[in-house]
Design a protein around this ligand. Structure first.
Ligand SMILES: C[S@@+](CC[C@H](N)C(=O)[O-])C[C@H]1O[C@@H](n2cnc3c(N)ncnc32)[C@H](O)[C@@H]1O
Length: 393
């Protein structure tokens, strides 16, 4: 692995698709275009709402807009919001295409290299299940506009959706997930070490791991632990395994549905997920939490990281956070931010007296503030915080 040159650049690794000058310039343009939107355009929506749209509504109705749906009805007619929303959607489409171009060009060679490396594995394992049924909530749309989503295969032993995703996450988050895109995993590790210093998990499971961005920090932090990671999408796992090997992280990847795992009861000390739940369905979340309860040992803990729920948020803030539902092919985003997680946990057998529900600081933001004065605008990650929900068993 080569060292990163700047904290906001993605750290290179053997399997990150290389880019020529023009390809890199295109990706850098998308990132700075998005930074510009977040830093300079986003705030104008609040100004339009507070100074013009809300007062007009209050004058005619003698009350404030009551929920995010009323705010939405007003905002979608506003030309400034329409401009912002259209530009943000465009940034998303440009992001995917800028990451696909270099991968498509070297599709066969990149896939061969990953396939060979997975075959030579001396660290961790990769277990695929070609009979696993990919759930409908996963296949019904191209999730967050990634063409083909996570699971589509465009050739034999295809890992290209993983290659595209790895680079795209860094652009999407404008570098704010850190040089390894691992901020969610790193933040939970930091929170555990600070709040539960005696907790030393020996078996860890990461659900919906994608390319393993968040899984690697657990491996590095709990060196004696056996770390497992599952995902329904084979292309993500092929890439994840190759990437983890290059990072000397011995992770056991397997293609499984988190709703129905093949691990025995009471097997794990720690079960985590990072932005998995909002990409599933109400029924799936219940099944996943029940599986967490089943595979956890007594005194083990499940922790799920997400963006914060809408409860307690102003209708305007909830409306803005809800942008992805209608504009970014995230059909379950809305519902997942309103779901009664306590009820699901209780149904699964957890004792709510042992629940965890809090905002935790982003590990990368903490380090970054200490290190340099780099760009810190942006909306993903809740401005330097993650929402975690979980329960000790
Ligand atoms: C947003 S990505 C997760 C990102 C990753 N956890 C990280 O921290 O970088 C969601 C992942 O969940 C996977 N997924 C969706 N439904 C699943 C399920 N029922 N079981 C396992 N994986 C699932 C998708 O294939 C996708 O890779």
């Amino acid at each position: 692995m080569s060292e990163n040159t700047s904290v906001t650049e993605q750290t290179n690794h053997r399997f990150l698709a290389s880019t020529n000058h023009d390809e890199k310039a295109r990706q850098d343009f998308v990132r700075s275009y998005k930074e510009y939107l977040v830093k300079n355009i986003h705030a104008g929506n609040r100004e339009r709402y507070e100074k013009t749209i809300k007062p007009k509504f209050e004058k005619s109705q003698n009350r404030e807009p009551g929920d995010r749906f009323e705010v939405r009805d007003l905002m979608v007619k506003d030309p400034y919001y329409q401009m912002f929303s259209s530009l943000l959607r465009t940034s998303q489409e440009m992001m995917w295409s800028s990451c696909q171009i270099p991968v498509e060009k070297r599709f066969t060679a990149l896939n061969e290299e990953i396939h060979l490396s997975n075959g030579e594995s001396n660290q961790g394992t990769l277990k695929l299940d070609e009979n696993l049924e990919v759930p409908r909530y996963h296949k019904a749309v191209d999730i967050h506009c990634q063409p083909g989503g996570y699971h589509s295969e465009f050739g034999e032993n295809d890992a290209s959706p993983g290659m595209v995703y790895d680079r795209a996450v860094h652009i999407y988050a404008m570098g704010q997930m850190g040089p390894f895109n691992d901020d969610m995993g790193a933040s939970i590790v930091l929170w555990l070490k600070e709040n539960h210093p005696d907790f030393k998990p020996l078996r860890i499971l990461d659900l919906g791991c994608s390319v393993g961005h968040s899984t690697v920090p657990y491996c590095k932090a709990f060196k004696n632990a056996e770390v497992h990671a599952v995902d329904v999408a084979a292309p993500m796992l092929r890439y994840a395994h190759a990437r983890a090997q290059d990072m000397e992280a011995p992770i056991h990847f397997s293609q499984q549905n988190a709703e129905k795992l093949d691990f025995p009861d009471g097997h794990f000390d720690l079960v985590v997920s990072h932005i998995l739940l909002h990409e599933t369905s109400g029924k799936a979340i219940q099944n996943i939490i029940s599986e967490c309860h089943r595979v956890l040992r007594k005194n083990g803990v499940m922790i799920h990281a997400e963006t914060p729920p809408y409860k307690g948020m102003s209708p305007f803030d909830a409306f803005m956070l809800d942008w992805d539902t209608r504009n970014n092919n995230e059909p379950f985003w809305s519902r997942s931010h309103e779901i009664d997680l306590d009820n699901l946990s209780k149904n699964s057998g957890f004792d709510l007296g042992k629940k965890i529900e809090t905002l935790i600081p982003s590990a990368f933001q903490i380090e970054k503030v200490k290190r340099s004065e780099v760009f810190q605008g942006g909306d993903f990650g809740g401005g330097g915080q993650w929402f975690i929900y979980g329960n000790w068993k």
